[in-house]
Design a protein around this ligand. Structure first.
Ligand SMILES: [Zn+2]
Length: 80
């Protein structure tokens, strides 16, 4: 009975190990097949971090909804 449990445990560990090795090999093969694949762009860098001002259409950093105080005031006055 214990022998069977140990066998099961060894099989589970072996399966996990084989899966890890296969994942590593698959990754290396993908890099070999497609070595010129560009690295994934950082989501916080580049033009994706810009937001279009809904009032005048100017692009400004994404942490601001409007490009300027004037546009924010204009938007809030239009909303009323
Ligand atoms: Zn604006």
């Amino acid at each position: 009975m214990i022998k069977a449990l140990i066998g099961l445990l060894v099989a589970a560990i072996a399966a996990a190990f084989i899966r890890a090795v296969m994942a590593m090999i698959t990754k290396e093969v993908k890099e070999m097949v497609n070595p010129e694949a560009p690295p994934k762009p950082q989501p916080t860098a580049g033009p994706t971090s810009l937001r279009k001002c809904p009032v005048c259409g100017t692009y400004s950093p994404a942490d601001r909804q409007y490009c300027s105080e004037a546009c924010a005031a204009k938007a809030s006055s239009q909303a009323q």
